[in-house]
Design a protein around this ligand. Structure first.
Ligand code: MG
Length: 253
């Protein structure tokens, strides 16, 4: 057998083997990792426009997604029911409102404005633009006019009420629109009902990180209930102030 005849089959075998390895390397990740789902982002510079996979809870036109916490119709005010992107206003004394739909892990986008009329209520006050976003109806991300307002830190705007103060105070003045973008991981329980992981929350206030994966130790004051095992709706608090909300949407995670 000549050298040429010996080398040729070995070379072909090597090329084939290398090709098989290359194919395996290409194919393996595709089997193990599903492709990320393609979604359409909100419009640039308009974070209030919900991405395509969001559950839109309030777009300015109706309270269809909401009830009072006793299940009766919402009594808050629609500022301009015909205009998408317009606001709702809390009607003090009418009660907190809650989404009909319940959620577990989720991303929340919500915009709010505290009223100018409360600004003279004091420099260390809980009576200035007080409301709250209650995740699952049980964990309050505080809403307050914290602009030049030195109330107790774990009760300021962006606090997890009486559990975690915000990392910074990035509140805008009353009357100006502000945003919360919230990432929430629900509590976990084993088959026997024992809690194995606390809920966790990350909050961006006006685009700035103010809660960084904060551990929530349990339901906060004013919660709908103490049971943390089930999904829950999003509750917006009536704390006696004319706080406005607009552009509320959730992405289930
Ligand atoms: Mg509150």
């Amino acid at each position: 057998m000549s050298i040429a005849r010996t080398v040729a089959p070995v070379s072909i075998a090597l090329v084939l083997a290398a090709g098989a390895v290359a194919l395996a390397q290409q194919a393996q990740p595709a089997k193990e990792l599903p492709q990320p789902k393609v979604i359409t982002p909100g419009a640039p510079n308009h974070p209030e426009l919900a991405p395509s996979d969001a559950v839109v809870l309030f777009d300015g036109t109706s309270f269809d997604a909401w009830t009072k916490t006793d299940g009766k119709p919402v009594e808050w005010t629609l500022d301009n029911a015909k205009a998408k992107g317009s606001a709702m206003t809390c009607k003090p004394g009418s009660g907190s409102i809650m989404t009909k739909q319940t959620f577990g892990d989720m991303q929340i986008h919500i915009e709010f404005a505290t009223p100018k009329a409360d600004a003279d209520a004091g420099l260390k006050s809980q009576a200035r633009g007080n409301s709250g976003v209650y995740i699952q109806g049980r964990y309050e991300v505080q809403i307050l006019d914290s602009y030049q307002n030195e109330t107790y830190p774990d009760g300021q705007c962006g606090s997890i009420y009486k559990q975690h103060a915000p990392l910074v105070n990035v509140a805008r003045a009353p009357g100006e629109w502000q945003t919360y973008d919230i990432i929430f991981t629900a509590a976990k329980f084993d088959a026997a009902g024992k809690k194995t992981a606390s809920p966790r929350v990350t909050v961006l206030h006006n685009g700035v990180l103010i809660q960084n994966n904060s551990e929530i130790t349990g339901p906060t004051g004013g919660a709908m209930g103490e049971d943390e095992t089930k999904p829950g709706g999003l509750m917006l608090q009536d704390h006696g102030n004319f706080v406005q909300y607009r552009n509320v949407w959730v992405r289930k995670l």
